[in-house]
Design a protein around this ligand. Structure first.
Ligand code: NAD
Length: 494
């Protein structure tokens, strides 16, 4: 079992969480109706905890609880909802070390990355505490005169939230916070790999004053049963999903049967463009963040690096130097920069992509050292140059610390390559001339473009993708609107 140098040990945190009673319905912490399943530490494959495993019956019970709490929560004054969310933000700051310990243990990322995630996750509570009291509407006069239109917003209703393992805290808070701000109650299914952080967040919300039944958590190894039950339940009015495009499509098909309101945050394949006039050192700094944060397991991760031929040699040499020096190890170990991947399947998949690229003429220019004695799902951070533009390594989402470099010299061809993808989540442009960077960014099919920076995630900005990277936005004011319906009153007071 992992250890980490924080005040409270992982064992103590787990004992308090009681994961075997992790099914959280109507304020109670219950055993799973399917028993328990094991959650592993990807750094050593050891069992961290036996977690309550819920099936379809508990999925329905969670909706019962969310339905019972719905009217009361929707009628709770926005100021009060805001205060509770603000308290949740403060509690996340108080518990930051413990949450980071949990994230490190079940996801494997480094303590530094886990702490950064907790800070980011907490900010959604603060942002939506502020948005909760900014629920707006509008007023208009009909052109023909006499009739006035009063436009209001109401909570969409019970929201089913489904989240991935790569940001166990932030993907949950990015959905829970706006839902609660808008006055919705929720049922959350965390990823089977990382339910522990979700339990901790739910406990903290209860402590902040969220009434029983407003947030329900249903961990399961049977996602089709649980989420399928929710999508078929007429009381559920919304699905918000973050995960792979394949599963997103599957859920959209089910949502179509009930014409459900759907928000989808799906896969990415972010291009990272460096122009000939870019500050190469800054671009390498940006690439280290965009590519290697969380070990490359981010939907916004730079997936393919397009570097102008004029600076390719310098960029590649500098990046190789930085990547060779990355410290790989257990995330919980102080000083670790890159932890393991999530599971053996991920390691095999990425090795397959690498083999394919090397067979197509690519070459490895840097590889960090993976220390002996590590038994988890480790994969050495790697830089690969001379990658063919059609290699699977640049066509598919890598989701690992592997940076493929493709060189370019003609901007129109570059834009064609960049946009030749069904994904359109994030992109990055590093250029000396800001006007040119913006012109280039406007030509890129991506919902978010980092310009001269390797990070785009910000709770105050609309996060989301174009094309098959998703539908809707999270964060910003748009994030609140995803949990609202517009209603308008046509009024004749002539
Ligand atoms: P995944 O699609 O396998 O799983 C995501 C969630 O869906 C998990 O909770 C999983 O249990 C659940 N799920 C799986 N099969 C299901 C089914 N048949 N019915 C209902 N639920 C089901 O994705 P993942 O491997 O956990 O996460 C990685 C993917 O998520 C990557 O593609 C990444 O780009 C994407 N992602 C996107 C964003 C974004 O904001 N756009 C953020 C993080 C991750």
């Amino acid at each position: 079992m992992s250890t980490v140098a924080t005040a409270t040990s992982l064992e103590e945190i787990l004992a308090r969480l009681a994961p075997a009673h992790g099914v959280h319905i109507g304020g109670a912490w219950l055993r799973g109706d399917l028993g328990t399943y094991d959650v592993d530490d990807p750094a050593d494959k050891a069992v961290l905890a036996a977690v309550g495993n819920a099936g379809a019956d508990q999925a329905t019970a969670a909706v019962d609880a969310a339905a019972a709490a719905a009217a009361g929560w929707a009628a709770t004054p926005p100021r009060r909802r805001s205060e509770i969310l603000h308290r949740a933000f403060e509690l996340m700051r108080r518990d930051a070390d413990e949450l980071a310990t949990l994230i490190c243990a079940e996801n494997g990322k480094s303590v530094a990355d886990a702490r950064a995630e907790v800070a980011y996750a907490g900010e959604f509570f603060r942002w939506f505490a502020e948005e909760a009291v900014r629920i707006d509407g509008s007023f208009g006069s009909a052109p023909a005169g006499g009739v006035r239109s009063v436009v209001t917003r109401r909570p969409v209703g019970i929201a089913a939230l489904v989240t991935p393992w790569n940001f166990p805290a932030a993907m949950a808070t990015r959905k829970i916070a706006p839902a609660l701000a808008a006055g919705c109650t929720v049922v959350l299914k965390p990823a089977a790999e990382t339910p522990l952080t979700a339990f901790a967040v739910a406990r903290l919300l209860a402590e902040a004053g969220v009434p029983a039944g407003v947030v329900n958590v249903v961990p399961t190894t049977e996602p089709d049963d649980v989420v399928g039950t929710w999508l078929a339940d007429p009381r559920v009015r919304k699905i918000s999903f973050t995960g792979s495009t394949g599963v997103g499509r599957h859920l959209l098909r089910q949502a179509a049967d009930r014409v459900l309101n759907a928000s989808m945050e799906l896969g990415g394949n972010a291009p990272f463009v460096v122009t000939e006039d870019a500050d190469v050192v800054a671009a390498v700094d940006g690439a280290m963040v965009a590519k290697f944060r969380g070990g490359g397991q981010a939907c916004t991760a730079a997936n393919r690096l397009y570097v102008h031929v004029a600076v390719a040699e310098e960029f590649t040499a500098l990046l190789a130097q930085r990547v060779s020096a990355l410290v790989v190890g257990r995330g919980a170990e102080p000083g670790t920069e890159i932890g393991p991947l999530i599971n053996a399947r991920a390691v095999d998949r990425v090795n397959g992509l690498l083999d394919d690229a090397l067979a197509g003429g690519a070459r490895v220019v840097a590889r960090a050292e993976v220390p002996d004695g590590l038994s988890g799902y480790f994969l050495a951070p790697t830089v690969v140059a001379d990658v063919a533009p059609d290699a699977r390594l640049v066509q598919e989402e890598i989701f690992a610390p592997v940076a493929p470099i493709v060189t370019w010299d003609d901007e129109d061809t570059l834009v064609e390559l960049v946009n030749d993808s069904e994904m359109g989540l994030a992109a990055y442009v590093f250029a000396g001339d800001l006007k040119r960077a913006l012109q280039l960014a406007e030509r890129i099919d991506a919902g978010m473009v980092g310009i001269n920076r390797g990070l785009v995630s910000d709770p105050s900005a609309p996060f989301g993708g174009l094309k098959q990277s998703g539908l809707g936005r999270e964060g910003a004011h748009e994030g609140l609107e995803e949990y609202q319906e517009t209603q308008y009153f046509s009024v004749d007071w002539s």
